[in-house]
Design a protein around this ligand. Structure first.
Ligand SMILES: [Zn+2]
Length: 333
């Protein structure tokens, strides 16, 4: 974080101390549009007020004396004392820039020089910094007024996702049938929504077999999205072996199928078929997989009317992407 933005945050913390104002007041800045309004309305005024060669008290006075900044801050934080509103705006802006800079793939070297890629070491050092940062931030990618930049999202801790990016990384979502999606892999909202939709489609195909799956998996209703944590694409949970999930799926693969949702739906349907056979105590699956379990699961899929041609194409595609005969950790990514 550059020095002037560090000063911006510091001044913001003087005016709106984190001890009292840890987060944005309830009900304010709840959506991206209101955050965008705050950032766009204050950034020029903040930058004019914050000069890296100034001391904190001077910057504080300049900020208070800037009528445009006061007005913009007040309209985003109605009912909040003027000083506090300015402080919140400054902390929010500093947090926003902090996140924006860290997640960019490349950084500017200055006028006339090409942008260069940010090294993982630099990124790591910056991230350690924002661990202590303000809780006010907003995500850069929604800024349509700025050139769209490629963002690096890997490695952002779950804590920071929740703190800074709740709209990007929703952790838990409801699934059809009373199941729950646990997004452990920082999958972006767009793909989370695809999964929810495809799960609903596959679940509907289970028809009269839904009840048996629900009964056996009561108490372990979770579907885990993880990045390359399992050897393969997806697997059904084994409540008979103490596993507390309905299925796990590899987010590094399932959102890249060449025919998109069609492949995703049959993949989920395939795991539901295994789950059904496990729930039924089928001897090909319980107490252990007997080697004919794939063929039997495919027969269930066929009975449910899932698209077996699509399933075959999906398997083929996965195999064609395997390197060194190994599904794990799906190294083409
Ligand atoms: Zn299988």
């Amino acid at each position: 974080m550059d020095h002037s933005m560090r000063l911006c945050r510091e001044v913001g913390c003087h005016l709106a101390t984190p001890r009292v104002f840890l987060t944005v007041p309830d009900g304010l800045l709840v959506d991206e549009a209101s955050r965008a309004t705050l950032i766009r309305g204050t950034e020029d005024h903040i930058q004019n007020a914050v000069n890296a060669s100034m001391q904190v008290p001077i910057i504080m006075e300049k900020a208070r004396a800037n009528a445009d900044l006061v007005t913009a801050a007040n309209s985003s934080f109605p009912g909040v004392e003027a000083d506090v509103a300015i402080g919140m705006a400054m902390r929010f802006y500093a947090g926003f820039l902090e996140m924006a800079k860290i997640m960019r793939k490349e950084k500017s070297q200055g006028k006339g020089l090409p942008d260069i890629e940010i090294s993982p070491e630099e990124r790591g050092a910056d991230r350690a910094g924002f661990a202590h940062g303000v809780r006010f931030a907003w995500f850069v990618s929604v800024r349509e007024d700025k050139k769209r930049q490629e963002l690096v999202l890997d490695g952002i801790s779950a804590e920071h996702q929740e703190l800074y990016l709740p709209e990007r990384f929703r952790r838990l979502s409801r699934l059809a049938g009373g199941f729950e999606l646990d997004n452990k892999a920082s999958v972006m909202l767009e793909n989370v929504n695809r999964f929810i939709k495809c799960f609903a489609g596959a679940w509907q195909r289970c028809g009269n077999d839904q009840g048996r799956i629900q009964a056996r998996y009561r108490g372990c209703p979770s579907v885990w999205l993880e990045w390359c944590a399992i050897p393969g694409i997806a697997c059904a949970g084994r409540p008979d072996h103490g596993e507390k999930f309905l299925m796990r799926a590899n987010s590094g693969v399932i959102f890249d199928f060449p025919r998109g949702d069609a492949g995703l739906l049959v993949t989920i349907g395939h795991e539901l078929a295994h789950a059904f056979l496990i729930a039924s105590g089928d001897p090909t699956h319980v107490p252990a997989l007997d080697g004919t379990h794939e063929a039997v699961a495919e027969a269930v899929m066929r009975r449910w009317g899932l698209d077996m041609d699509e399933y075959a194409r999906t398997i083929e595609w996965v195999k064609s992407h395997v390197k060194n005969g190994c599904f794990d950790p799906l190294p083409w990514k």
